[in-house]
Write a protein that binds this ligand. Structure first.
Ligand code: ADQ
Length: 472
């Protein structure tokens, strides 16, 4: 990457800010963005995670590290409930994951969403300089680009959607869907996890709004021509591999091996979210024990599922369902020496996660729908090349595109299919495990968090104010 061509500070807006330093806590995304910000200098702006009476009018909370400033503002209690719990996670999240059955459409949610997008853009605009390049992240801020243009900002604005974009037939169910998509066209570059998501968005523009697909990467609506492309996100693969080989991870592995007493461990790591297919996964594990009884007493499922959005009913229901299911399966099959399923809802350090992945014979990643799924890539990066485990992967994860040649691909809705793949995984000979691992290792180490950032930003920086092909 030629950084000389990339003049201007980088300004990032995302729901949560940081951490910037390589504290061992930063996930791939923070590592990638942190690198990019440090290289160019800039600002990372977002919500403080706190509520206060002033809300988005609160004083900036500013923290400086070298040439990078982390800037945060609060929200009011009401803004947080209606914007974050409401439109972002009750309306958009289920809709984008093809779950119209779970989506709630309330007018006050949409009003709060438009208000917060406008407020965040207004606050951000007071920090901007003329040469800045702005990169907005995720479904919380679909309209910030539009609102920034209203403040008069003329520099390039990019947007990356971390979650899927559903087919137009689904997205059209959103009240005022047309106005949301029209607002998105004020971004100059829109990045998606997969070509399918990108195609769905472009189809919305052409089929629902009468726009035009100009070429593979560009779409036109009215007087705006923008870039819409897939930029699959990756992880800090070398960093994660290093963590998996660290002395701490090794100590943890030894402890796990002692506990397992020669049994195979299957691991699942997911935020406790209905998009991740965790109950379906437990049912598949149940089916494994029913159909292939030789695994009883020999295979354990460790499900790490940190609580997420616990203020929403659908998430609380999910937790209850999981606990019941695990209780039922453990009650039916467990023995004094062996508990079939263990569920842990606490957070782990990245080092511990890397160690757990390396100690697990199978990585079970079966979302019903997922933008990418970084856990699939982390599982691969953590493996011991001499004795690697097997990845069982949902065909509905964005990661399927890059990993399908090496993973055992499954339909997460079909417990028989997943149980069959688990049986294949626990009995797979070493040579085949190694061959499959090598096939997956290549894309995981090629498309990383760092290269993802660099590719997206190269496109965005090329789109300087004067060259905005869509500018009137
Ligand atoms: P998520 O839905 O959060 O991300 P995922 O991509 O799997 O899903 O990322 C989760 C991250 O959290 C992983 O790095 C994982 O290691 C970490 N994690 C999970 N459980 C943990 C625990 N108990 N302790 C510590 N860390 C834990 C959204 C989209 C995805 C997309 C990403 C990135 O839904 O589809 O891949 O953004 O774009």
């Amino acid at each position: 990457m030629d950084t000389n061509k990339e003049k201007g500070r980088l300004v990032v807006l995302s729901n949560r800010v940081g951490p910037l330093s390589d504290s061992g806590k930063a996930g791939g995304l923070a590592v990638g963005l942190g690198d990019a910000l440090r290289r160019r200098g800039g600002i990372w702006f977002g919500w403080s995670g706190k509520t206060s009476e002033q809300g988005t009018f609160s004083a900036f909370d500013r923290e400086t590290e070298g040439d990078v400033e982390l800037v945060r503002v609060d929200m009011t209690e009401q803004e947080n409930t209606d914007f974050y719990g409401g439109y972002a996670n009750t309306t958009l999240w289920p809709l984008m994951h093809y779950r119209l059955d779970l989506a709630g459409f309330e007018r006050r949610f949409e009003a709060a969403y438009r208000h917060i997008n406008q407020r965040m853009a207004a606050r951000l605009s007071t920090l901007l300089e003329e040469d800045d390049v702005v990169w907005v992240h995720d479904y919380h801020y679909l309209l910030v680009g539009h609102e920034l243009r209203e403040t008069g900002f003329k520099g390039p604005i990019g947007f990356f959607l971390h979650i899927p974009f559903p087919p137009p037939e689904i997205f059209a169910a959103l009240p005022n869907a047309n106005s949301i998509v029209r607002g998105m066209v004020d971004y100059d570059v829109i990045g998606f996890q997969t070509e399918r998501d990108c195609r769905n968005f472009c189809r919305y523009i052409t089929d629902e709004l009468g726009g035009e697909q100009v070429d593979e990467a560009r779409v036109r609506l009215g007087d705006r021509t923008i870039i819409a492309k897939a930029y699959p996100i990756g992880i800090d693969a070398e960093g994660f591999e290093k963590l998996a080989r660290s002395a701490d991870a090794l100590a943890l592995r030894k402890k796990l091996y002692t506990m397992l007493e020669g049994r195979h461990q299957v691991v699942g790591v997911d935020r406790l979210d209905y998009s991740k297919g965790i109950p379906e996964r437990l049912r598949a594990f149940d089916e494994l024990l029913q159909t292939y009884p030789e695994n009883r007493g020999k295979v354990t499922l460790l499900q790490i599922a940190p609580l997420s959005r616990a203020e929403l009913e659908s998430y609380r229901d999910l937790r209850r369902e999981l606990e019941e299911l695990a209780g039922h399966i453990n009650g039916a099959f467990g023995t004094l020496e062996w508990t079939p399923i263990r569920i842990m809802t606490r957070g782990f350090t990245r080092r511990a996660l890397a160690g757990i992945c390396r100690a697990s014979r199978v990585g079970l990643v079966t979302p019903l729908r997922d933008g990418m799924n970084l856990v699939a890539k982390e599982y691969v990066a953590a493996q011991d090349p001499e004795n690697p485990g097997v990845l069982v992967l949902s065909r509905f994860a964005g990661a399927a595109r890059e990993l399908q040649a090496g993973a055992l691909m499954v339909n997460p809705h079909d417990p028989g299919d997943v149980a069959g793949a688990l049986q294949t995984a626990v009995t797979m000979p070493l040579a085949e495990r190694q061959r499959r691992f090598e096939t997956m290792r290549e894309p995981v180490f090629r498309t990383t968090a760092q290269s993802w950032c660099a590719d997206f930003l190269a496109e965005l920086y090329a789109f300087r104010a004067g060259d905005r092909s869509g500018a009137a």
